[in-house]
Design a protein around this ligand. Sequence first.
Ligand code: NAD
Ligand code: GLY
Length: 373
Amino acid sequence: MHAVETVTVELGAASYEVLIGSNVLANPDYWRRHLDANGVLLVSNNTVAPLYLQRLTELLEQLRIPYAECVLPDGEQYKTPATWQQIITQLLKLPANRNSAVIALGGGVIGDMAGFAAACYMRGIRVIQVPTTLLAQVDASVGGKTGVNLPAGKNLLGAFHQPALVLADIDTLRTLGKREYRAGIAEVIKYGLIMDADFFAWLEANQGAVLAQQRETVQYMVATSVRHKAAVVSADDREQGQRALLNFGHTFGHALETLTEYSHWLHGEAVAIGMLMACAYGERTGITPAGTAARLARLLAGMQFDLSVPAGLRADDIVAAMRIDKKASSAGLNLILLQKIGQATISSGHQSAELRQSFPTQLLFKDQHDNYQ
Ligand code: NAD
Ligand code: GLY
């Protein structure tokens, strides 16, 4: 049995632990003190439930805790108020009370939706996050952002609701598709870029082991990422300041996702290109040291990201899409830029014309990203 790492998100009375390790999912020792006999609703989807739900139902039976299952259809398109309502209906049927708990077993979609149901039911009951994608383990399950999408945009309906516990079992990543795993690596690289130059260098030196999902490597990578996220959330849980640094690359990435109607890239893939654009733009404005984008492009290429952008996408359209992102104001766009690898800053007042002029257009055309290798 490998050692389990514990990271604490320090939020006074709302502090909680994130446990990261192999085979933690069904270990009763981790669960016992967080669950009592008041009932549990297990929320998952029809991809993850056949793989891991039984382990949790056996555990709950062993602990003699009444439970019900709520297995939802898989996909971001189901992250809606209607699906959220199904979770609430199951909570009512259980019936759940103020001392009951929700267990969210799955990726970020399930975590966000089940977390939001727990945030709202009887004005808030416990949620335990059991993230099963790399993205959810290093990002979505930690920090208490919950919610669902509306036709007008992603995550427009939601609440901050911190979990009571996060159990990140790295063994579950073995069944994850390669593409999904790689998309999560983008968020891992982000922590290196915005707050830990040594971690960035470690990722450069360990690309092979990361891609091969070598167990100690994955555990170190997830635990280091969670430590960084926990530090940011502990200092700024409501995103009044420093938490915004976690959006590095996201304004560019969201524009790419919006323009391709969420059909071309997974979120992490768009963030990877978005981070590269943010580095290239930062270099043009003099905030980011020359050579940063090239170094990031080498790491992303080494991690097997495809950095090309469909030929039809134009800089003008990307800039226009960035302006409707929620980080824009009349004084210009707020962007997270790097002062160096390992240090990010919130930079305001970026105008469309400036962005367009200094846009790293060489990133936009397939074959030309060789410039960055
Ligand atoms: P996801 O939840 O859709 O999971 C990706 C796919 O992998 C799904 O098909 C899922 O069923 C499958 N899957 C999950 N675990 C698996 C496993 N162990 N084995 C096999 N298949 C598995 O996507 P995601 O990337 O985890 O999360 C994206 C969502 O997270 C978005 O809705 C985004 O808005 C949200 N998000 C939230 C936060 C936050 O702070 N709350 C942060 C980042 C992203
Ligand atoms: N994923 C960004 C945040 O949690 O703030």
